[in-house]
Design a binder for this molecule. Sequence first.
Ligand code: ATP
Ligand code: MG
Ligand code: MG
Length: 342
Amino acid sequence: IGCIGILGGGQLGRMLSVAASRLGLRCHIYEPGDAPAGDVAHRLTTASYEDRDALTRFAESVDVITYEFENVPTSALDLLESLRPIRPNRRALAVSQDRLTEKTFLNGIGLATAPFVDVPAQDDLAAAIAQMGTPAILKTRRMGYDGKGQIRIEDAGQTGWTGAPSVLEGFVDFSAEISVIVARGADGQVAAFDPGLNVHRGGILRTTTVPCGLPARVATDAVLIAGRIVNALDYVGVMGVELFVTETGLIVNEIAPRVHNSGHWTQAGCAVDQFEQHIRAVAGLPLADGRRHADVVMENLIGHDMDRVPELLATPRTQLHLYGKADIREGRKMGHVNRITG
Ligand code: ATP
Ligand code: MG
Ligand code: MG
């Protein structure tokens, strides 16, 4: 493998490109919009997912196709897949693109999720609330991220609509949120990084801390759950698995078929980080073992957190990552810091 095609040119594509180039591989990024990754990739194509000529030229220029963004239209994927292998595979994408198929799949392999009801249209909401009870969370089935497309339902009389087919989830009374960054190689080998403790604010991830501070049996259980998911999907690549810790055990919140924000700590905590691990998997190279050599707190720099950059540059044992995004907007992920704490 000499050239990896990446669908999506955001910060994840950017960090994947850097990791690939360290391994002597080139990346060709395909991105319809703003592409912070454009400056580090070997090649950038800016074209829509409807542009069949551009998609064809892109696929023909690469050896394998991966993605940093799971909402690529099916028609584009069909064309790309006829030309080059897509890793992780289409099933993993289809399952995780839609919260309804995702939860159905997870329950089907014996894993617990929040209780949920399909809410195809606004007219179905009242019945769904009656069935689920409150509090609950209404989420769009597709395209939501950073808590976008979600409405908290506090009482049965509440109105409001996400504007798209949704699922209503029962509110999970969790004591903590953790995630596992797991990888599966082309040969079926599985390696996981240590679970991280995640803290969200306003629906957006703020910090990930490793070690997560939970009992070893909880961490082990989380890793085993992640392994079950990637094996069931015959997955190749890195996956982020978000879990709720509850009194009755772990509940899977959602899965992301790609490198994940809560895995950025691996850049400072492991010899091989999640980005290199993903590149290794999709390029058919052996996986690293995921071992951690430092305690790390990862903090996202969101919007005007950028004002803190001078101070962060002067902080010892702190690794700064900036994504090169031109305009600062509230709620926009601009960078992150990995603070080594032990
Ligand atoms: P991401 O940016 O991680 O993809 P998202 O928009 O897909 O986020 P979720 O992960 O579904 O959103 O939810 C965001 C956060 O909201 C969760 O991390 C958790 O803190 C809270 N949350 C989501 N679903 C539930 C639930 N059923 N019960 C309690 N809290 C929840
Ligand atoms: Mg999500
Ligand atoms: Mg999430």
